[in-house]
Design a protein around this ligand. Structure first.
Ligand SMILES: C[S@@+](CC[C@H](N)C(=O)[O-])C[C@H]1O[C@@H](n2cnc3c(N)ncnc32)[C@H](O)[C@@H]1O
Length: 221
C-alpha cells in the first residue's frame, strides 16, 4: 500500500480533546517499560518528548525518572493547552516538566538533551527528515534515542482489520484518525532509508514491534 500523508499538526479542538480523553495508558506504560529495558542505566537528566500532544508520555517519563527535567514539544497549541492543564493539576511536577510550542523542522540554537524520545509523531510528518534532523540537533553526544510509531500495513484491508481489532469501541473521530494514521505511517525499510540519508544509521536501529508498530533506538555519538 502506498503512503497517504495526513495533516501534520493536530490543531482541531475536537480532535485534540478526543485524543486526550482516549485511554492509551496500557500502550504508554509499555513504552516506558521498553525504554527502561533498553537503557537500564537511565536516560540522564534532560529528556525531550517530541510531538508530545497532551503530554501522555512526558508525564510518565517525569514519574519514572524523578530527577530528570522533561520538556514536551509540540506544534499544536490545542494539544499543549491540554498538557498545560494537566500540569496545573500536578503541582509537584512544576519546574521539572515544561511544554514548548515549537514545530519541526527546528531552527538551530536549541537546548541539548540527554535523551530524545517520541511516540506517534513520525507518521504525521510530510518530510520525515525533519524528525531525524531534530534528533541530531537536540541530542547531546551519548544521548539515548527512542522513537515509536505505527508501521504501515500492507493493504487498506489490513488497516481496517487493525482498527477493528484495537479501536472498535473508540469515538468516530479517533477511528477515522487511526485509519488515516496507518495509511500515513512508514515501513521499517523506509525508516532504514531515512536513517541512512540522515547519517544516523550507524547510531540508531529500526525494527518492527508487535503487529502494528516500529521502533527506533540507540545512542548518539
Ligand atoms: C498522535 S499525536 C501523539 C501525541 C503523544 N506523543 C502521545 O504519544 O500521546 C502526534 C502529535 O504530533 C504533533 N505534531 C505533528 N507534526 C508536528 C511537527 N511538525 N512539529 C511539532 N509537532 C508536530 C501533533 O500536533 C500531535 O500533537
Amino acid at each position: 500500500m502506498l503512503r497517504t500523508p495526513e495533516p501534520e499538526l493536530m490543531e482541531g479542538l475536537e480532535q485534540a480533546q478526543a485524543y486526550a480523553s482516549a485511554d492509551f495508558s496500557a500502550g504508554d506504560q509499555a513504552l516506558i517499560e521498553r525504554v527502561a529495558a533498553l537503557f537500564p542505566e537511565g536516560l540522564g537528566d534532560r529528556l525531550v518528548d517530541l510531538g508530545c500532544g497532551p503530554g501522555n508520555i512526558s508525564f510518565r517519563l517525569a514519574d519514572r525518572y524523578g530527577a530528570a527535567e522533561v520538556v514536551g514539544l509540540d506544534g499544536a497549541r490545542a494539544m499543549l493547552d491540554l498538557a498545560q492543564r494537566q500540569l496545573q493539576q500536578r503541582p509537584e511536577l512544576q519546574g521539572r516538566v515544561r511544554f514548548r510550542l515549537d514545530c519541526l523542522p527546528l531552527r538551530g540554537g536549541s537546548e541539548r538533551f540527554t535523551a530524545v524520545l517520541s511516540n506517534s509523531l513520525l507518521h504525521h510528518l510530510h518530510d520525515p527528515q525533519v524528525l531525524w534532523s531534530a534528533v541530531a540537533l537536540l541530542g547531546e553526544p551519548g544521548a539515548c534515542v527512542y522513537i515509536k510509531d505505527l508501521r504501515r500495513p500492507p493493504s487498506a484491508d489490513a488497516a481496517v482489520a487493525l482498527q477493528q481489532r484495537y479501536l472498535v469501541d473508540a469515538p468516530a473521530v479517533l477511528q477515522h484518525d487511526y485509519i488515516a494514521s496507518l495509511h500515513a505511517a512508514f515501513t521499517p525499510e523506509e525508516v532504514q532509508q531515512q536513517l541512512e540519508a540522515s547519517g544516523l544509521a550507524d547510531q540508531l536501529q529500526v525494527a518492527p514491534a508487535d503487529d502494528r508498530y516500529l521502533e527506533v533506538w540507540g545512542r548518539l555519538f
